[in-house]
Unconditional design. Structure first.
Length: 139
């Protein structure tokens, strides 16, 4: 039987996902504070460092001091999460960092945003989130 980790919410997570994500840094970009807090909490609980940004501009500023290993991005933001992907990819401090779209419209943009590494639909399943990040992050 495979061992699992059961965080506070009771959802089981496989250990290999925990091993791959622990110690990495995520930049969580979402204009909604509650969404940032929920995602940030889920990532911190498994040992990730989390930097939160409320906009693309805020994210670019934060990235100048902290180089994240992965970025999560909501597409529906006043400053344009959709257009923000190109700004993030074009920024020298963020080039090559995988971007995971975490949005209620994620499925609608899978074919229109090939520059994104993965797409997760809100509300995000914790297991799917960690499995996705484990695939994208180096061991």
């Amino acid at each position: 039987m495979t061992e699992v980790f059961t965080p506070a919410d009771g959802q089981e997570v496989r250990p290999h996902a925990l091993i791959h994500v622990a110690g990495h840094t995520a930049l969580v970009i979402d204009d909604q504070e509650e969404a940032r807090e929920l995602l940030g909490h889920a990532l911190r609980e498994v040992g990730m460092q989390v930097v939160e940004a409320r906009s693309i501009v805020d994210a670019l500023e934060r990235a100048s001091t902290v180089r994240p290993d992965v970025i999560t991005l909501d597409l529906l933001m006043p400053e344009g999460g959709i257009e923000g992907i190109d700004r993030l990819i074009g920024d020298p401090s963020l080039g090559g960092i995988p971007i995971v779209v975490v949005s209620v419209v994620a499925d609608e943009y899978r074919t229109r945003l090939p520059q994104a590494a993965a797409f997760l639909t809100k509300p995000v399943d914790r297991f799917e989130l960690l499995e996705t990040l484990a695939q994208l992050l180096p061991a």
